[in-house]
Write a protein that binds this ligand. Sequence first.
Ligand SMILES: [Zn+2]
Length: 171
Amino acid sequence: MSIPVVRAETFYLPPPARHPEDWSQIPPAQRVFRWAEHRQQRRLVPPAGFILGQQAFARINHNRWVADCLCGSAQVVTPADPRMACTECGLGWIRLVFPEDVAAVEASVAGLLPHERNWWHDDDPAWDRPAAAEDEDQELVALVAETAAAAGLVVGTPRSSLSPAIEEASR
Ligand SMILES: [Zn+2]
């Protein structure tokens, strides 16, 4: 059986001296506050309100569901409680965007070794997203230009030949 993708409720667990179910009554998205509280030995209170109109994309990063805060911090998140508040900068709760079919996305990476499992939402403009699609576009543009050149065609319209038409139309 494949190793599952890690979620907040399987990552933010009580310290070993406590019963493993000690935090089971805490909503999964809030457990990071107990976890950071224990690690940092300082009181951390989850924010009370939601920030309306703000959202972040959840992604799979080396087999963990994670999301980034605006401050650059990140945390393990969960589709079971799709929201995030930051333990570092104090950002209030924001909505997290998960894929519509979480199980299908998890299944799509299941064949990879856990540390190689990465996935980004289609709309996620993440800085660390691979540019594979852009590279493919560039290759296609180069191929079209090469084929056209071999056939003696010029691809694209030189600006000088467009200008008279534009001038005429504007009269
Ligand atoms: Zn933050």
